[in-house]
Design a protein. Structure first.
Length: 223
C-alpha cells in the first residue's frame, strides 16, 4: 500500500512536470533544431528551467510533494515526542530523499523531451548531459534549503498550512528582493540558478563548479 502511494505520487509529479514542460516549450518545437533553440528552451530568464519557474512556480509544488512524501505520523509525533532527535533524523532522511526525487523528476522530464524533440548530436555538442548532471546537484542543494526552511517554520507554528504558505512566501520575497531591489548586483542563493544557461552558452565551466556548489551547500547546512 505504501509503495503504491509513493508510485502514484511520483507518477503524478512526472505528469505535472510533463504538462509544465509542454506549456513552456510547445511554441518552440517547430523551430529549426540548432544551438540557439537549445539556449532558448533552457534559458534562465524564461521557460521550463528559468529562475522565475524555480522560485515562483515550483516551490509550492515541491513543498506539497515533500509533505505528501513524508510520513504524516512522524510530523505529528514530533511535536510531542521526548526523543525529538530520533524524529529529526527521520525527517532529515525524508527531506533529502524527497528533494532528490523531485529534482530528479524535474530534470529527467527536461532531459527526456529534449532528447525526443532535439537531436542527441545537438545536445552533446552543447554539453547538455554533463551540464544537467551538475545542475542536478545545485538544485538539490537549493531545494534542500527550502525544505529545511519549511521544517523550521512547521516547528515554530505546528501548522502544515502555515508552513506551506510562509515557506513559499519567503522564497517569493527573496526572489523579488534579488531581482527588483538588488537588481542582481549582490550575491544571493538565487544567483547560481542560471548555471545551466551559462554552461550551455559557454561550454564546460567545470572549474567554477566548486564556487557554485559550496555557497548553496553552506546555506542548506546552516538551515
Amino acid at each position: 500500500m505504501l509503495k503504491s502511494r509513493y508510485f502514484l505520487l511520483i507518477f503524478s509529479m512526472f505528469l505535472f512536470f510533463s504538462v509544465f514542460w509542454f506549456t513552456q516549450n510547445m511554441e518552440y518545437l517547430s523551430f529549426p533544431k540548432n544551438r540557439e533553440l537549445v539556449l532558448i528552451m533552457n534559458g534562465s530568464l524564461y521557460g521550463y528551467i528559468s529562475i522565475k519557474s524555480l522560485c515562483l512556480m515550483l516551490v509550492f509544488p515541491y513543498l506539497i510533494f515533500l509533505l505528501l512524501f513524508s510520513k504524516k505520523e512522524q510530523i505529528v509525533a514530533l511535536a510531542r515526542e521526548k526523543n525529538r532527535l530520533r524524529f529529526y533524523h527521520k525527517i532529515l532522511k525524508d527531506t533529502v530523499i524527497a528533494t532528490v526525487l523531485f529534482v530528479g523528476l524535474y530534470l529527467s522530464v527536461n532531459l527526456l523531451y529534449s532528447f525526443i524533440f532535439l537531436s542527441n548530436k545537438l545536445l552533446t555538442a552543447t554539453h547538455f548531459y554533463s551540464g544537467i548532471f551538475f545542475y542536478f546537484l545545485l538544485l538539490v542543494l537549493f531545494y534542500l534549503a527550502i525544505g529545511f526552511l519549511f521544517r523550521i517554520i512547521y516547528d515554530l507554528t505546528t501548522s502544515t498550512g502555515q508552513a506551506l504558505i510562509f515557506g513559499a512566501f519567503v522564497i517569493c520575497i527573496v526572489y523579488l528582493i534579488d531581482w527588483i531591489i538588488l537588481e542582481g548586483i549582490y550575491w544571493t542563493p538565487l544567483h547560481n540558478l542560471n548555471f545551466f544557461d551559462l554552461w550551455l552558452q559557454n561550454g564546460s565551466i567545470s572549474s567554477d563548479i566548486p564556487f557554485i556548489l559550496i555557497p548553496n551547500a553552506a546555506v542548506a547546512f546552516i538551515l
